[in-house]
Design a protein. Sequence first.
Length: 235
Amino acid sequence: MPVSTPFGLARVLAADDETAAFRALRLALPPPLAAAHQRPGQVVKVRTPVGEGYLALASAPSPAGQVDLLVKRGGKVADAALTAAAPGGTLEISAPFGKGFPVEEAHGRDVLLFAAGSGIAPIRALVQHLVAHRESFGRVTLFYGQRHGADFAYQREHLGWERRGVRVVLCPTADDSAWRGVRGRVHEVASALSFGGGTTGDAVAFACGMTAMVEEVRATLARSGIPPDHVHANF
């Protein structure tokens, strides 16, 4: 992680609940900070009176310099940021940094996306990029895991993703009598569904979640002929 990332004040444009646990923020970055947002999967540091925290950007680079964040309630820094993040207010935030996702590796190939928990934030940024350049990629399938059916963020956007050629497979892991779809961890569901159908060993995968989850995805895909160096994280 860089030690001298510049900070600035970002104006809060919108703040809305996505779920009981997650709140979505839209910010306007100052131009010098916005220029550093180069690819999906980058992160920022948020500075609050109680400390600093890292958050992955939940939006692809925007010419307008706007960025989205998905903040999970319950952490000291996160809660302090949410307290400050009323529309019209400001957050102290760093310039975007990090390698992000190597999207060029997926050109002309099928794409598998894996997100668990708050890992949906950088994967959403990647979905936005894939949709904006849809002709450059083959089949795109997203496997997104949360504990319960009510925990999935960005549900209002899922149908739009589907209409633009991104298959969305939601994967709750907990017992939930109200859920009528598939259930299980993302790599298990992906394997059971043959990774969306039609995907070959030339496919490229992008994954975001806990380290153990990313390694399970790599191992599962390797058993199906997709080598580990075709599976990319954003860190």
